[in-house]
Write a new protein. Structure first.
Length: 156
């Protein structure tokens, strides 16, 4: 799959993008500065526009949290495609910050955020699809979503 473009790799995964989320506050969901694309925190937007809701360790399992992070990754891809027209303009993933809405005893935040990181690695390949990352726990997140993720990408 290494000779395929990011758009072709995404197509091969047979995944469906949700609608690109609209800002729910005073911020830009997408911003280009120099050679970098910054994507604001995205939530668990599904293809019908609804959100995955719940707290990990209380309302959902760790595996369900990982699936929620995968869905956030799809929402980020939707924003990239809506603003750039293609994923092929992204050279590499630079940074991912994953925030996990979990009970205080939960300690597997990196496992949950792998749902997004694994998706990016599939789209851009291991060399360019894996950047630096933080995965942290939060006492709550907007609308009680289980995961919020922001990211930074380098443009070609």
């Amino acid at each position: 799959m290494s000779t395929l473009s990011p758009d072709q790799r995404f197509e091969a995964l047979k995944l469906v993008l949700p609608p690109a989320p609209k800002p729910l506050g005073v911020y830009k969901p997408f911003l280009i500065v120099g050679n970098f694309v910054y994507v604001s925190g995205h939530g668990t937007v599904q293809t019908d526009g609804s959100l995955i809701i719940g707290r990990i360790g209380k309302d959902m399992t760790m595996e369900e949290g990982k699936q929620a992070a995968h869905q956030v990754g799809l929402a980020i891809l939707a924003t990239l495609k809506a603003n750039l027209g293609t994923l092929n303009k992204i050279k590499r993933v630079v940074k991912v910050l994953g925030m996990v809405n979990a009970v205080p005893e939960f300690e597997r935040h990196p496992f949950v955020i792998n749902g997004c990181s694994e998706l990016f690695a599939q789209v851009w390949g291991e060399e360019n699809g894996i950047g630096v990352r933080s995965a942290v726990g939060m006492g709550s997140l907007p609308d009680n979503i289980p995961v919020e993720i922001e990211a930074m990408f380098e443009l070609h």
